[in-house]
Design a protein around this ligand. Structure first.
Ligand code: NAD
Ligand code: GLY
Length: 359
């Protein structure tokens, strides 16, 4: 098992990474010491991993709340149902919520933990690659508003994160690839050596080699933990983690959140950000090619040539990262060097969106 730390003073917490952690009763007993635990999971993950988790938990009083599977259930209604369960089972303030699942379960579960009695402890047990490298770490919790994603939420850090790499063996290939978009993102914004490592070892990663998984999850969590420690509430540098997300969110919205998974939209968005960087002279066109090639090899889309560029630009203006100062964007000054800049003019963005359209 590898152990990393998110260093936040008195609220610091460990991230445990490795195979077989869900069967490690000693680790689970240390992670969840409360008398009362509510496991929040969903209808897909419960049949796969709930029993294993329950066998290891030592809390005398355990309850389970199973959510339906899907981003469409990441709502205030679902959140309220978890709160109902906590109230009906008379959960105390020193209880613990355990979120077992992907980013949807982790985000709603974390938000319920943040709100119940103004905050109870919670543990993240992420079971998708995306959740193990990104959403499970860093304390962003939320539900969606009908008009926009993640609009209602809180920064609320867990007690610990337990990433059992064995759970990735049941994850559909498309979901695994979506998580790879976030892994590649860390290389692009922060670590050129890691990006080159991914280029050299992608086959090992895609064949779920245990050591390769430990490297990608460990490195991603290490890079994310450092950023979160520096800028927990995203007042500055944490926004680097949004590379490709402003374009990506617009695409997700245009595709009604059905056409592309989040990671797939981010993949296309990262290529658009790379092209924009190249148009502004801060990235070589050879690097744009390198980025697009690695994403394609990971099983990700890199183009959305049938999408109306004007519609993308319009939705980007509504992005929640738009502040009073206007829209900012994460661009690249080389592989491994992300920068947060004021978004360039619409003509530059339009050109990035239109490259490749006429063959
Ligand atoms: P998800 O939670 O919907 O999981 C994807 C699919 O995989 C679901 O059908 C799920 O039931 C299934 N699944 C989960 N674990 C499995 C396993 N081990 N085996 C088989 N199937 C499994 O999606 P996700 O990609 O994990 O997360 C996306 C969500 O995360 C979005 O709501 C996004 O907004 C959020 N997110 C949050 C943060 C953050 O910092 N909090 C960061 C990125 C994304
Ligand atoms: N997923 C971006 C962040 O946690 O800030």
């Amino acid at each position: 098992m590898d152990t990393l730390e998110v260093a936040l003073g008195a609220r610091s917490y460990p991230i445990y990474i490795g195979p077989g952690l869900l069967s490690d009763a000693g680790l689970l007993a240390r992670a969840v010491t409360a008398q009362q635990a509510l496991i929040v999971t969903n209808s897909t993950v419960a049949p796969l991993y709930l029993e294993r988790l329950q066998a290891g938990l030592r809390c005398p009083e355990q309850h389970v709340h199973v959510l339906p599977d899907g981003e469409q259930y990441k709502t205030l209604e679902t959140f309220a149902e978890i709160i109902d369960t906590l109230i009906e089972a008379r959960f105390h303030r020193d209880a613990c919520l355990v979120a077992l699942g992907g980013g949807v379960v982790g985000d709603i579960g974390g938000f319920a933990a943040a709100c119940y009695q103004r905050g109870i402890r919670y543990v993240q047990i992420p079971t998708t690659l995306l959740a193990q490298v990104d959403s499970g770490v860093g304390g962003k919790t939320a539900v969606n508003h009908p008009q926009a994603k993640n609009m209602i939420g809180a920064f609320y850090q867990p007690d610990c994160v337990i990433a059992d790499t064995d759970t990735l063996s049941t994850l559909p290939r498309r979901e695994f690839a979506a998580g790879m978009a976030e892994v590649i993102k860390y290389g692009l914004i922060l670590d050129a050596e890691f990006f080159a490592w991914l280029e050299a070892h992608l086959e090992d990663v895609l064949s779920l080699d245990t050591d390769a998984l430990r490297v990608i999850i460990g490195k991603s969590c290490e890079l994310k933990a450092a950023i979160v420690a520096e800028d927990e509430h995203e007042r500055g540098r944490r926004a680097l983690l949004n590379l490709g997300h402003t374009f990506g969110h617009a695409l997700e919205s245009i595709g009604n959140y059905e056409r592309w998974l989040h990671g797939e939209a981010v993949s296309i968005g990262m290529v658009l950000a790379a092209r924009t960087s190249a148009a502004l002279g801060s990235l070589d066109s050879a690097d744009v090619e390198r980025i697009s090639t690695l994403l394609t090899r990971a099983g990700l889309p890199t183009e959305a040539t049938d999408v109306d560029a004007e519609r993308v630009l319009e939705i980007m203006q509504l992005d929640k990262k738009t502040t009073a100062k206007g829209l900012s964007l994460v661009l690249l000054e080389g592989i491994g060097r992300g920068v947060i800049v004021a978004a360039p003019g619409a003509e530059v963005l339009r050109a990035a969106l239109e490259i490749g359209r006429d063959g």
